[in-house]
Every structure is written in structure tokens, then in C-alpha cells.
Write a protein that binds this ligand. Sequence first.
Ligand SMILES: [Zn+2]
Length: 138
Amino acid sequence: MPNSCPKCNEKNIVKSGIINERQRFYCKDCNYYFTVKKLGKQIDDYFVTKALQLYLEGLSYREIERIIGVSHVTVSSWIRKYNIKRPPHSDFHPVYKVFKQSELIEFMQNEANIKGSGIIITEFGDKYMMIKWERFKK
Ligand SMILES: [Zn+2]
């Protein structure tokens, strides 16, 4: 169920049939009918965003394929579709690691692991993925 009506933002919503294979909802406050995307589509959107993000961070199509489990052909089609151009990363290449939460905490506790680097942490299934650059450590 959506949390609120997209038109009036009230939460007085009921289900109202299925249109074009989508659940339709009805807002009792403003009499507005609307549908929402299926959950599967939302998960796809999430992976598209992750793939574009990883690409911008300097990872190759095949590295992205290994990380998010979407073929490098699909990844490359997303890059074209959204017309993503990444700036040159000539002097450094990111490394990435997948941690359980406890391992992530352990890693972060050692300042030497994080000092002088850029880090992004993103949720990845039931674990956490860390992308790290060491461009200042030369
Ligand atoms: Zn409404």
C-alpha cells in the first residue's frame, strides 16, 4: 500500500481494482484514483542507480556485473540510456570490499584503514559494500 495520496497527501486510501495489471488505489479524501509501480520495478530502479554510481566511481562493466549481478551488456545499455560520462580517473582506481556489519565496524575502528582515502558505503543484499580510493597515499 502507498503511504499517502500523491495528490492531497492524506492517508485515507483504499484498494480499488486492478488496471493494466497494476493495483489501483482510491483516495477517500480527494476522490483521486491512482496506480503505483510494482515492487519489482522499484528494485530494478535501485540497481540502475547503483550501477550508474559504480560506473562513475571508476569501476568497469564487468566489475559492476560481479557486484550487482546484472550483465555487463545491460550495464552498458544503462550507461548509454542515461548518457553518463565519467571524468578521467587517471591516477587512481577504486578498490571495493564486501563486509558483514561486524567486519565493517572492525575495519572502521582502525584509523589507518580510512585515513587519507575516500570511502563510500552502500547496502548490498544482507552485507555492506565499501568503495575506497587511496589517491592521497602515494
Ligand atoms: Zn487524495
